[in-house]
Design a protein around this ligand. Structure first.
Ligand SMILES: [Fe+2]
Ligand SMILES: [Fe+2]
Length: 380
């Protein structure tokens, strides 16, 4: 019935990571209280040995942080949710609950954001049932919603259902003096036809980020041409905010934390005075600046990725490695506060930690001023 199980494939780092987490959470659920105490006491002892402080800190709501930050200023705020990786509910209810939590978060923002941006990877295996479930949940968002596609949404039916539900995957719009561009940055060269792969095999191959079969993500020549034309009419003084699912730079190729034609896209963006790129896919706090372009990653609602072993941008202040006994740790959503000048302060609303704010001034100063407060709890 489930044809996915018939497909022989090497387990990717993503699959292994997911399986380990799932097994661990399953194990926790099956523990009796005595065993649970033993396990959690062990974790607490390990944390203390690593120098963690032994008290909980208060959670700072996003809206409070912004009210204080923006008093009297113009500009606007939008919120984001990303990388929910939904399976159908009977396969994985936890990811469904986590997306619902993010929807609650953005609906509870007061004042409401001007819009909510979804950063891609709504589905896990690109199935109609997964995308439909995601669309159904996202319908309850009160603010207007803008969507971006991720590789997990695309490679089962090459975007067919996603396009039916959400429209074009590449588009631009203007809002309060800012030009927004949404790209489909996870194009791959055809590795499947010659191999006679089924849609499910193709999807599994792309989902396994560290295999040698798929090609690197790229925006691709036709879309770069679309971008060039789209930007032609925009004055260089207009602030630009670009959304891409993969980071629009080269971070770590083996996990496809990478866009192969990133430099070509950056060239199209560099003539603008103020450019911010927001990306999903990396599931972590991630900060970079290349020339005038400021880059921020988005948090995932499904699972946090560890940091890549190489290539981490110097400006990134790392979030903690999450607590393995807390399935919500390292997850979250967030807000983007757009200054009147068009640059942004990015808030990572980590669900079970203090939020982290990465200000435009931190990036503009090359890391000299407004250094984000690094998390104080030890990593697990
Ligand atoms: Fe993702
Ligand atoms: Fe992704």
């Amino acid at each position: 019935m489930n044809d996915d199980r018939q497909i022989p494939h090497i387990k990717s780092v993503e699959t292994r990571h997911m399986e380990e987490r799932e097994a661990m959470f399953r194990g926790l659920r099956n523990l009796d209280r005595r065993s649970f105490l033993k396990v959690s006491t062990g974790a607490a002892a390990a944390a203390l040995a690593a120098g963690a402080s032994n008290h909980f800190h208060s959670f700072l709501p996003v809206n409070v942080a912004y009210a204080a930050e923006n008093s009297g200023a113009q500009g606007f705020t939008f919120a984001y949710i990303s990388d929910s990786h939904l399976y159908v509910k009977k396969t994985n209810e936890r990811f469904v609950r986590q997306l619902l939590r993010a929807v609650d978060d953005v609906n509870n923002l007061n004042p409401q954001p001007d819009f909510v941006f979804y950063g891609g990877d709504l589905a896990q295996l690109g199935r109609k049932e997964e995308l439909d479930l995601g669309a159904q949940i996202l319908k309850s968002i009160k603010a207007p919603l803008h969507m971006m596609v991720g590789e997990h949404d695309w490679y089962f039916d090459m975007g067919h259902r996603w396009n039916e539900l959400f429209g074009a995957q590449t588009y631009s719009f203007d809002h309060k003096g800012v030009h927004f561009v949404v790209l489909m940055s996870v194009q791959e060269k055809d590795f499947w036809s010659a191999r006679g792969m089924s849609p499910a095999e193709r999807m599994h191959t792309v989902a396994g980020l560290d295999n040698a079969v798929q090609s690197a993500f790229e925006v691709g020549a036709p879309q770069r041409e679309w971008l060039r034309k789209d930007l032609e009419k925009v004055p260089t003084s207009t602030p630009l905010i670009v959304f891409s699912h993969s980071p629009l730079y080269k971070l770590y190729r083996p996990w496809n934390f990478w866009t192969d034609d990133a430099e070509d896209v950056q060239t199209l963006l560099q003539r603008f005075d103020r450019v911010t790129v927001l990306h999903g896919h990396t599931h972590q706090v991630l900060t970079n600046r290349i020339g005038t372009i400021q880059f921020h990653g988005m948090l995932s609602t499904a699972w946090p990725w560890p940091y890549a072993p190489q290539g981490l941008p110097a400006l990134t202040v790392q979030m903690n490695r999450p607590n393995p006994f807390d399935s919500n740790d390292g997850l979250g959503d967030g807000s983007v506060s757009v200054h009147p000048d068009g640059l942004v302060d990015k808030l990572y609303n980590l669900w079970n930690r203090n939020p982290m704010q990465v200000k435009a001034s931190y990036l503009s100063s090359g890391g000299k001023s407004d250094v984000p407060v690094a998390p104080t709890l030890a990593s697990y």
